[in-house]
Design a binder for this molecule. Structure first.
Ligand code: DC
Length: 224
């Protein structure tokens, strides 16, 4: 059997999708593409420009106009990829708490999803790609050869986000992060357009009961 060429990894925020996707892409020599960074980039640009993130028309205009370039990492500072807009590297800006707090609302907008999903689909159809997101196996690339849905409890995911922020030397409150994770789950799952859900043909893995190595090994076996 040939190796899967298009691999979709979906699941809730901070379930370990990026860690898995990155490692898998490295092992297979594929492109790693974390689609969440595109929603984050649009959110950051709106906030930077003083645009109200609740103004759907204004945020959608940004998504249609701005060219977001996602490239392999140029620095070994913990980033999975570079996020470039114009000539500016906004990689770490897209990880700010203000972006965390507002990105779910931005990703409910139909026009924003349409603009970003068509760019994602075009890249995905080239193949040899590990694409990570919420709707990759269900909407962006339903023809993906392998679909993984990576799940984990809200507490476990909040703990991971908290540790990441502390490791960067920033301050954070665990309780606030947990509340944020729960709020984003609610918005991501309840939205009208391409909500977070498990594709019928996805393989579900739970990263509460499996550590990162075990998750990776399971998926690697599925790729062989
Ligand atoms: O994976 P993440 O936390 O970086 O994603 C940021 C937000 O983008 C998250 O609230 C859900 C949204 N998103 C989405 O709606 N569809 C995707 N394919 C990827 C992310």
């Amino acid at each position: 059997m040939p190796k899967p060429s298009i691999i979709a990894i979906d699941g809730p925020a901070a379930s370990g999708k990026s860690t898995l996707g990155h490692r898998l892409a490295d092992a297979l020599g594929y492109l790693f593409f974390d689609t969440g960074v595109m929603y984050r980039a649009v959110t950051y640009i709106a906030i930077r420009g003083g645009v109200d993130v609740n103004d759907e028309a204004a945020v959608t205009a940004i998504a249609n106009e701005v060219l977001i370039d996602v490239r392999p990492p140029s620095k070994a500072d913990g980033r999975a990829c570079d996020v470039i807009v114009g000539l500016t590297d906004i990689t770490w800006e897209t990880r700010r708490l203000a972006v965390d707090a507002n990105v779910s609302v931005v990703s409910t907008y139909k026009g924003v999803r349409a603009a970003l999903a068509s760019q994602q689909r075009r890249i995905g159809l080239r193949g040899r790609v590990v694409m990570v997101g919420r709707d990759i196996g269900t909407v962006v690339l339903p023809e993906a050869d392998l679909k993984i849905y990576l799940d984990a409890s809200a507490e476990q995911r909040a703990r991971r986000r908290y540790d990441e922020i502390i490791a960067r030397g920033e301050e954070a409150s665990f309780d606030e992060i947990l509340a944020g994770v729960r709020m984003r789950d609610e918005i991501d799952s309840a939205r009208a357009f391409s909500p977070l859900k498990i594709a019928e043909d996805a393989i579900v893995l739970d990263s509460d009961s499996l550590n990162a190595d075990e998750v990776f090994l399971r998926v690697e076996v599925l790729c062989r």
